[in-house]
Write a protein that binds this ligand. Sequence first.
Ligand SMILES: Nc1ncnc2c1ncn2[C@@H]1O[C@H](COP(=O)(O)OP(=O)(O)OP(=O)(O)O)[C@@H](O)[C@H]1O
Ligand SMILES: [Mg+2]
Length: 227
Amino acid sequence: MPQESEDKGIKLVSATNIGVNKGGRWIFRYVDLDVYEGELVYVVGANGSGKTTCIKTVLGLIACDEGSVWHAAGLEIGYVPQRIAVSPTLPITVRRMMNLAGRFAAAQIEAALEAVGLERLGDPQITTLSGGEFQRLLLARALIHKPGLLVLDEPDQGVDLAGSDALLELINKIRHDLNCGVLMISHDLDRVMEPDSDVVVLIPHEHDDPLASYAAKPVNLACSSQT
Ligand SMILES: Nc1ncnc2c1ncn2[C@@H]1O[C@H](COP(=O)(O)OP(=O)(O)OP(=O)(O)O)[C@@H](O)[C@H]1O
Ligand SMILES: [Mg+2]
């Protein structure tokens, strides 16, 4: 059963003191993270600090070597990974790509494409999409299940500033429309500190002094220490 918190409503996912160790090296460590319904949680940190590994662990795609992860029963998760390998020679259209996530009715696919503003494009080959359009397509795939939790790994990569603003506005609209939790990795610290981001989880780089210098918005403060 989802847990209720007096302040924040229904808890969707909770990670307690998680860490992942590969080949004797801690990729990240000591991370606490909760996401509630309708809440926006950013994960920030330097390149290589373990953000992608951390959210994959929260998703259950990677097992943690310490700590624990809890999901609300029956939680639907939509995930937009940092990378998707698409062969430039692979003939796949936008609508075919939508169907690769499962079998959906045409109306569901249309609704998801409409939600991200791609319905007007017709059914082009995905290799012809711009960077921003491709990110929107990945978002549409994650949305089609109407997830309770949306997990996004740098969704605005390869997108220019105006496109990035529009994409993040769209993600916020989806958050409000579906009342879903959003867990998002971002490098855009200005945006992360905006008032509508509820919580920030900081993963310091392995050479940083753990915890000491991170007081910006430490509602949930997490650190990785590499020893
Ligand atoms: N399966 C693995 N085995 C060994 N090392 C790994 C494995 N997966 C990731 N790493 C290493 O862990 C570190 C963190 O990787 P990760 O992709 O989580 O970082 P990140 O914070 O998402 O970086 P970026 O900002 O560049 O996306 C990197 O040094 C990476 O090489
Ligand atoms: Mg990453």
